[in-house]
Design a protein around this ligand. Sequence first.
Ligand SMILES: [Zn+2]
Length: 264
Amino acid sequence: MSKEKEVPLPEPGIKIFDSHAHIGLEKDIEKQEQILQRAAEYGVTRILDVGIDLASSLEACERAKTHEGLSASAGLHPNDCGVFDEEWPELEALGMTPGIVAIGETGLDFYRDRVPERDQVRSLEAHLDLGKRTGKPVILHCRDAFERMVEVLKEWSPVHGILHCFTAGPKEAASCLDLGLYVSFAGPLTYKKNEHLREAAALVPDHRLLTETDAPFLSPQGKRGRRNEPSFLPLTIACMAEVRKQSFAHCAKLCAQNAESLFE
Ligand SMILES: [Zn+2]
């Protein structure tokens, strides 16, 4: 077990945007408020609160109404899209409302095979179609399915969207950029073994770069074994800044500006 590490406290005035977190996966409302409070203390002033099914998308939408700095997305996670027929009509309607700033998360996940491939592709395509119709960016999850995902996305290219929690190498990052995607880096960027991922983070151009926690999952190095939360994001940004040879403040600002223009 690696040693716990202090989160670097950003200088006052630095505004960090966590472009992907699941605030609603903490069910205790009081704890949710504390998580948001701690985020603000560490400069994380904006968070995209990502829906994974109808209930969580509706909740995220409600939370965004009462919390400054929170924005909401609506979608069906590939591991949950077995309920596509039941939930999609309402999710689609929700996705068209102004309270929702992004579509997803959607994508392909062949690591867990709870839902057959053809059903995952069908759900992904419905999200891509809704993204095109609304002009809202699509949040893409991809696990053990990169080639198939690129195949689908090529048919929809250019895709206005984000490959969230990118975990591959420079070659895959280049494919994402070719498709028109933004590339978002999360806690795995900081893991010792992930040199290929740091190489990828070094080559993404400034205007396509995002960062996120994917909280409560994938805590960065120094917080592994703990439940992840947006206040840990400075650990990932510090690593990103180092591999990109940029200052922390500059890197945080680039990511925040990109997220703000995507999720307006
Ligand atoms: Zn997620």
